[in-house]
Each structure stands twice: as C-alpha cells, then as structure tokens.
Design a protein around this ligand. Structure first.
Ligand SMILES: [Zn+2]
Length: 443
C-alpha cells in the first residue's frame, strides 16, 4: 500500500476519534442551562460537594496511582521492544523455529510449537516487570487482596489461557500469510477481528469462571429489582450471578455479557458489600446500557478499523526490516514464523501510538452507558457515589487533554457532572440518603 494512503487512513481514524470524543471529554456548562428550567439546583455546587467527599489524601493517592500507570504503559512498551529485539538479534527466534521444525514436519503444528516457546520465553523475560506492576505496586496502593501464592497461580492460569488462545489465532494467521504472501494483511485483519469477537463471546462463560467462582444470587431484595430492570430493557435474563472478585481486590464491578444461551447478568461481591441498592441499580443500568447499545459489536467494528491499518503498517514494516536485517536474524521471509518478534514489535509500537484512539473508542461507549444507566435506574446520587468508589484507582480530575489520551473511562468529575446535570432536570429523583452517605475507602 503506498505510504500516502495509510497516512491518510491513520489521519482519518484520529480525526474521527477526535470528533467522537467530544461528548465525553467536554465538561458541560450546566449553570446557564440549569438557570432556565431548574433554578433551585446548582449543578456545579453539587459536583463539588460530591468531590469533597474524598479527602485530599485519598485523592492524592488515587492520582499518584493512576499517573504512575502512564509511565508504566511506556515501560511496558519499551520492555517489550527490548525483548523482541533480543529474540531477533541473538537468533533466539530462529532457534525456536528450528526446534519446532525438528519436532514435526506438519506446518500448523510448527507454528503452534513456536508459539509455545515464544510465549514462555517472553513471559520469563518480562516477569520482573509483571511482578512489580501486578503485585508489588497493587499492594503498595492497597488494591490487591492476594498473597503471592494465589496471585502467582492466577498468573500461571492466565499464561495457560494465552497459550491456548494464542495458538488458535497464530496457526491460521501464519497459514494465511504463507498462502497470500505480502497481501496477507486484509484477510489477516478479518481473521483477527473474528478472533476478538470469538474471545469476547466465550470469555464470560468459559474463561472468567477459571479465575472466580460464579453463584446464583439468591438475595431477592437485590435480585428482583435487577431482573425488573432487565425485563424493562428487553434483556432476556432469568438469573443474576454473583462472583467473588474480593479474592483479588476490593474493586466494584459488574457486567451483562454473552448472547442467547450464554447471556448472563453478573455482579461482583464487592459491589454487593460496599454499595446500597440505588448504587447497585445505577451500576446495573450502566452495564445493561452496554448490552442494549450493542457495544461489544460496535467495539469490534471500531477496533477492526484500527487493526486493518495496523496490519498494513506491520506488513510494510516487515518488508522494510527483513530486506535489511533478515539474514542476520535468520528470518527467511514473511511466512517464516520466526518473524513473530518483529511483527509484535511493529504492532505494539503502532498500538502504543494509537493509545488515545483506542481509549477514546472505549471512553465514548462508557459515557453512553453512563447516560443509559442514569435514564434507566434514575439514581443520579447513587451514580455519583459509585463514581467516587471508582476514583480509588482512577484520577478524579484530569486535564482535558490528559483525559483524552489516557482515560478508557470518563473521569470521576466528568461522570459526576453528567449525573448532577441529569438530576437538575429530574429533581424528584434526588436522594437525601445517598447525598449524606460518606465515601468509604477500603485502602
Ligand atoms: Zn462500562
């Protein structure tokens, strides 16, 4: 593909994303609007009252944690680059290919065997960073409930899942590359998109239960209002499931996932323990919004555009690099599975640059789900309290550019502002109990 075309394509995605981003990153100007219809309620003052429920120390802690994440994403990326370079430069990648070829002459199996060695070696090399990021740092901020043993067990389980799922993707992907040569990237992107859709469909039923125990929620005082909301919103769910996320952390979370027979509404035990019914309802309204608005499918389509452009770039980058260094690395061509570290290097560089685009895709959908949750649960004060809980690990008040680049969900201030703006137009939904409820951190 001529370079000019993909430069234009990248610009198109960025510009579309920018246009898309505006509703979520724009702080509304509620004062003038509120003055027309509901002069008694001051949206800005209500937002400040909620934000003040968090102490300056609590806020400083969440800001430090979240901003540290900006740097971590850079270190993750750079570490990945170094590891991929090692694999190529010292001929380790070529050696892993040779081992696979010695074991079997069957090409799909060679790809799978290479993949097993690749993921094991890269996991070992990045292990210190994984421990710091996932264990040490999470404990430092009081966000992890696991001791090292159970945490490590979850890591190994995750590795096993990556081994299997990765092989399911890699074998047909390299088959395509061998068959189509340099024009692999369109079909390859379609395969990748289908793979992502497949994983997001099976994950709630076959993967998440590997890490947490799901049980039917029996408490009718919580279950019945949730099922009532589901019926009202056309969601054919018969049961509500609870899962023991407190094994890992105190974070509140829920989801509506799957389709047809696999459709299920799940909420975690932290949400049940830490939140009032109005807070649970507004959270479930948000999750039902994701389902009704078909965010899983829309996400796949939008991510698909990012992937197609990314694969075109990877294709170009591979030709460029192999022509210069292919011989030194012992990589025989684009169809040689030993090319994988180069492909990962190029694709992760592309994704790193695309961080604001990918974040904006999800953040826009999260904002839509927030609006859906407000309209379906009608609990703006409950919503504001939940937004504070999520502020334990997400900076509450970023700058506008910062929110655009780094936030995959709207910030606490954006979300509480949306809730209070909604409340201004629905004064009958005000809840004195929720307004009076203090913010209780578990950190
Ligand atoms: Zn969401």
């Amino acid at each position: 593909m001529p370079r000019a075309i993909w430069v234009i394509a990248v610009l198109f995605v960025v510009v579309t994303a920018l246009a898309h981003a505006q509703p979520s990153s724009k702080t509304p100007s509620p004062v003038s609007g509120a003055a027309v219809s509901a002069p008694a309620f001051d949206v800005n003052a209500a937002v400040e009252t909620y934000l003040a429920k968090m102490s300056p120390a609590q806020r400083a802690r969440s800001t430090a944690y979240f901003e540290g994440g900006y740097w971590l994403s850079l270190w993750d990326f750079l570490t990945g680059c170094v590891v991929m370079w090692l694999l190529l430069q010292f001929g380790w990648s070529a050696r892993m290919r040779n081992v696979s070829e010695r074991i079997t002459r069957f090409r799909p199996l060679q790809t799978a065997l290479y993949w097993v060695q690749f993921i094991l070696l890269t996991s070992v090399l990045t292990f210190p960073l994984t421990v710091y990021e996932g264990y040490v740092r999470e404990h430092k901020y009081g966000l992890l409930n696991q001791t090292f043993g159970p945490w490590m067990k979850d890591q190994l389980l995750g590795l096993a899942v990556s081994l299997v799922l990765g092989a399911i993707l890699m074998v047909p992907l390299f088959g395509l590359v061998r068959k189509l040569g340099r024009s692999w990237w369109v079909a390859g992107a379609v395969l990748m998109i289908a793979f992502l859709a497949f994983v997001s469909l099976i994950a709630p039923v076959y993967i998440f239960p590997l890490f947490n125990t799901y049980t039917k929620l029996d408490d009718a005082t919580v279950r019945d209002p949730i099922l009532s909301m589901a019926r009202a919103n056309g969601i054919p769910a018969k049961d509500v499931y609870e899962f023991d996320a407190s094994r890992q952390s105190n974070r509140v979370s829920a989801n509506v996932s799957g389709f047809a027979q696999t459709l299920r509404i799940s909420l975690n035990d932290n949400l049940l323990k830490r939140c009032t019914l109005p807070e649970i309802e507004t959270t479930m309204g948000h999750e039902m919004g994701h389902y009704v608005l078909n965010h899983a499918y829309k996400g796949v389509v939008m991510t698909g555009v990012v992937i197609v452009i990314g694969f075109a770039f990877v294709n170009w980058g591979i030709s460029f690099a192999l022509a210069r260094w292919g011989q030194r690395w012992g990589v025989q061509g684009i169809g040689d599975v030993a090319v994988l570290p180069l492909a990962v290097f190029l694709f992760s560089g592309y994704l790193f640059l695309m961080t604001p685009v990918n974040n904006t895709i999800t953040r826009s959908m999260e904002y839509e789900a927030d609006m859906y949750g407000l309209n379906s649960a009608r609990q703006p004060d409950g919503e504001a309290n939940v937004d504070l809980l999520l502020g334990e690990y997400r900076k509450m008040e970023p700058g506008r550019v910062e929110e655009f680049i780094f936030f995959d969900h709207p910030s606490g201030r954006t979300r509480i502002t949306a809730a209070m703006r909604w409340k201004a137009e629905h004064p009958d939904t005000a809840s004195p109990e929720e307004m009076a409820r203090p913010f209780q951190s578990t950190q």
